[in-house]
Design a protein around this ligand. Structure first.
Ligand code: SF4
Length: 261
């Protein structure tokens, strides 16, 4: 017997990210705040620090056998590693809460750590029953707060929208982009095509609209080399079909990058 609430799978061309979609009751819109990713990443960092101290505790007697110089070096490395993680996290919180540009600049070169933490945070989130999409939404919210307006002012801003967006919305976005001389709008049918467009245009900043799954992959690929503001779509009919977005978020993301151009 067919469940009428479940949309048929064959009426859309699913993106790679959604191949596991069963047509079940997925939320059409996710509103997870920054706190989820921030708290879980703190838990992961504290876990790393504790593992570091456990290693130190177990290995110290061995190092002492070789002399106090070696045990002191080990202690310095472990304490410095712990201090680095905790200071990095304090700057992350400062940048996210205050959105101070200088804090975001401090993090800019260290943003790889922010991205590298994602798999460990995702595993922890899963054990708390937090779905990949909820965590990804929270990750994107945090990532957007870390984007600084330091793009090359003569460079292009790429507005990247997915193929699944409703037709009338695409027309509306086209009209908005036409108001910004430095903005080029492209529709990317998938991740590979998006990467090809980015390579060809070499933009100085990107405003990307997509589902959380595609956005996280895209942010991993290009940030922190190119600042990216991600705008998750909403999926009233499920993924990959007639999706929607908050137009105001799109407009303010363009303004953020273009205000001094
Ligand atoms: S961006 Fe749209 S088409 Fe691409 S995977 Fe996500 S929902 Fe599907």
């Amino acid at each position: 017997m067919n469940d009428e609430r479940v949309p048929p799978l064959r009426d859309r061309n699913l993106g790679d990210e959604w191949l596991d979609w069963k047509g079940a009751d997925e939320p059409s819109q996710i509103t997870e705040g920054k706190r989820t990713y921030l708290l879980l990443s703190l838990a992961v960092l504290v876990g790393f620090v504790l593992l570091g101290f456990l290693f130190w505790y177990l290995a110290l007697p061995r190092f002492e056998q070789y002399g106090s110089v070696y045990s002191t070096i080990l202690t310095i490395i472990v304490v410095a590693g712990a201090a680095f993680f905790l200071i990095w996290y304090a700057i992350l919180i400062g940048a996210v809460v205050s959105q101070r540009v200088y804090l975001a600049i401090c993090l800019h070169r260290r943003s790889n750590l922010f991205i590298m933490l994602f798999p460990a945070v995702a595993r922890l989130a899963q054990s708390f029953g937090i779905s990949r999409d909820r965590l990804s939404h929270s990750f994107i919210e945090v990532s957007n707060r870390l984007v600084g307006p330091w793009r090359n002012k003569n460079g292009l801003v790429l507005a990247l929208v997915p193929r699944c967006l409703k037709k009338d919305l695409k027309t509306e976005l086209k009209a908005i982009c036409a108001d910004f001389p430095n903005v080029v709008l492209h529709t990317a049918p998938g991740g590979t095509e998006a990467r090809r467009i980015i390579r060809a245009i070499n933009p100085s900043a990107i405003v990307a609209v997509a589902c959380e799954r595609d956005l996280v992959t895209g942010i991993h690929d290009v940030a922190p080399k190119i600042p990216v503001i991600g705008i998750p779509n909403t999926r009233p009919l499920g993924p990959c079909k007639d999706t929607s977005l908050d137009i105001e978020k799109f407009r303010s993301a363009l303004l953020f990058f273009c205000k001094d151009s």
